[in-house]
Structure formats: structure tokens, C-alpha cells
Design a protein around this ligand. Sequence first.
Ligand SMILES: Nc1nc2c(ncn2[C@@H]2O[C@H](COP(=O)(O)OP(=O)(O)O[C@H]3O[C@H](CO)[C@@H](O)[C@H](O)[C@@H]3O)[C@@H](O)[C@H]2O)c(=O)[nH]1
Length: 416
Amino acid sequence: MSPSIGRERARSPFLPRRSTAPQAGPTQVLITSPSREVTTHSFPFPDREIPGFYVVIPAGGAGTRLWPLSRENHPKFLLDVNLCGNSLLQSTWERLLPLAGPSRMTVVAGPAHSEGILGQLPNLDSSNLFTEPGPKDSMAAIGLAAAILLRRDPEAVIGSFAADHMISGEDAFLGAVTEAVEVAKEGYLVTIGIAPSHPATGFGYIRLGDKLGLKSAPHSRLVSSFKEKPDAHTAAKYLATGQYRWNAGMFVTKASLLMELMKENCPDLYEGLMNISAVWDDEAARKTALEEVWPTLEKIPIDNAVAEPAAAQGKVAVIPSTFGWDDVGDFSSLAEMLPAESNKPRVLGDQRLVVSEQTAGGIVVPVSGRLITCLGVDDIVIVDAPDALMVTTRARSQEVKSLVKKCREAGWKNLL
Ligand SMILES: Nc1nc2c(ncn2[C@@H]2O[C@H](COP(=O)(O)OP(=O)(O)O[C@H]3O[C@H](CO)[C@@H](O)[C@H](O)[C@@H]3O)[C@@H](O)[C@H]2O)c(=O)[nH]1
């Protein structure tokens, strides 16, 4: 019997149905894992909740390396990239909710995505969605949240976690964050280090320093230094020493310390954010401040702005952890998350739509509903959206970003 192929699929299966994501209650939390499983675990919710801990989710960047799945209106964080039922943002929310509770969960994003975010996170209090007029990189985004939260709660400890990363081993993750909060209370900027599995060149690395010896955080170490995105040779050398961890871009700190570090290392940005946060609760004054001040702010990642200089002063700690983590940066890393079958490409979606012969190691994403056939093309990437077909190799899947740029130059803005 031949498989029946539905061509009527107007809606991408990678867009989760709005507002229907299961909402975490006091004891039940929906957990998604990179292995496409959706399992319901019981957390001792009230025991996990950390008083005074605020979650900040910077949701920036379009994730253009996942085009044509990701689009400007549907960036990576709003997509259900592994077809688990939840978008990456929803999974991030549900993973952290047990630690902060809904009233201390915040998101920082651009105005174009407010509606999508509120639609996917019905329990996000709209006053906890901090809308930035335009992208100014991670320091401005996280700093804005820190400045606002500091005014709301001078003792606030904040944890910043990307909206579009995948994590498996949730208990290890929550344990690491809980330790990080303990260390943050001692006056450190704390990051979480991931055990590297290969000499990746797309991540920053953290060189481990001495043990901190805190009873409440037995795994904590000082950060000796940060090394941002090394070349392959250097990354391999780091791995061989056993002294490095991947930087997953997670930062836990007292909001007051983050602002102090900004004041010291990027005073203009500090000043601008303090001025904006001072009028945040007055809608008209906020609008004026954002219009006047935001465009003048320095565009700089949190790593360069404060983490690197603070590490040089011995003010940064790391919790080396064991949970699975990936930033799902491109189709090759998405392929890694799918089970491999010998001599067949991995298929993300309806398996029946892909027929292949002697085609190993690649990934095929059938979205349009049409049949995709491949013969003798190892390590290929095929993404077949209804309005655009993208073909590359796994080795070059990082370069999809430049392909998107080229499409823009060629006048295809409406498809980006
Ligand atoms: N709201 C908002 N968020 C932003 C903005 N710019 C960046 N972010 C958010 O800040 C985080 C890090 O920014 P990226 O631009 O994705 O950083 P990166 O180059 O991938 O490098 C950082 O993350 C890696 C892990 O993914 C790290 O390995 C690396 O060392 C570094 O910390 C992401 O959650 C991203 O959404 C912005 O203008 N606005």
C-alpha cells in the first residue's frame, strides 16, 4: 500500500499550537527532552521554588541558520524544532517555572515577537515581558531586566537562560541552577559549565579555576578565564586538558552585582539602562525614554561586557554540570538529536515522505508534504518548506545564515 500524502498541510508542524501548551501547575511539569520524548514528571514544586529568584529569558535573534524553518516572524525560539509539542521557549519556561513560580518569570524580546510570546506563554504576566525597541545584544537585554527587577526587589537574584536551547537531564539542570543561586548570594557572577563532547568552534569555553569550597554549592569553582569561540585546533587542545567547559550563556547573579559590574565596565550602558528603568512603570515616560535612549546604547554581548573583566578580578564562579545541552544552532546539530539509521538520512517529520538509497548521515525535513527522494548524497541537508527549498551539506549548515543574507539581497525578503 502506498503511503497517502497530505498536500493540504497549510500550517507548519514546527509551529506549536498557540496557548495549548500544557501549563505547569503546582506539582505537574511537562518536560521535553532533545530525544523527542514528552514526559510528565512530578516536581516537589514548593520545595524547589527559590525565594527571591527571578528568571530572565532573553529571546533575541532569529536563528537564521534554521531557515526556512525559522522566519523573522517565527524565530527559532517560537518553533517546536524537535516536534515534541512545545516550542523551545515553552520548554525553557516550563523547565524553569518550578524554581521561580510564574510571578518571577520574565522575558526580554523585541516588539515583533510580543504577540507570539504571550500567545505561547499564557501564564506570562504582561508586565514581566520587557519589550526592547530593537536588538542591542545580550548585555542590554539582560541589563534591562536586571535594572527593572532591581527596582522591584533590591535583593533580587536573577538567572538568565536563553529562550532557544535544548536541555536533557532536567534534575541535574535544576540542581546546577540551585547551586548557582547559592553562589550568587555570596556575591559572585555565576555561570554553568557544560562538559564538552567535541571540540566545538561555535561556543565559548570556560577555564576552570580553584574550588570555592562552599558547603551549599559543593561543585562550585572559580572561573579562571573565558575563551570565546576558539578555532578547531585550539578547541581540541582545550578538551585534552580536561580543564574547560562550554559556556552555555547562562548567568546567575544578584541584580545589584550585575549593575555594579556594568557601572564599572560599561558605564554608558549602565547609565542608559538605569534611566530607562527609572520610568519603566510610567507608560508614556517609558516610551519616550526607549525612543531617546535605546538607540544610543552600546551593542555588546554580556560575555565581553562584564563576564570577562569580572573573571579577571576573581568575581566569577562556575558550576560544572552534567546535563545534556545544545543551542540547536544549525541543521547539523538538529541531526545529532535524531536517532541514526545506517545508510539513511535522519528524518525530522513524516518518515514516509522520504525515500532514499545509499544516502547516509544527513538530515531531511519534509514540511511541504511532497515526497522527497535522494540517491547517493551523504551528509546532505534538505529542508522542504511549502514556499522554499533549502539544500546544503551538514558541514556547511552554519553558512545558511549567509544564504539568507543572499536571499534578502536577491529580493526575497517576504520569505525570510
Ligand atoms: N532579547 C535579546 N536577546 C538577545 C539579544 N542578543 C542576544 N540575545 C540573547 O542572548 C543569548 C546569547 O546571544 P547569542 O547571540 O546567541 O550568543 P552566541 O553568539 O551564541 O554566544 C553566546 O552563547 C553561546 C551559547 O549559545 C556561548 O557558548 C557563548 O560563549 C556566548 O555566551 C541568546 O539567548 C540570545 O537570544 C538581543 O538583542 N535581545
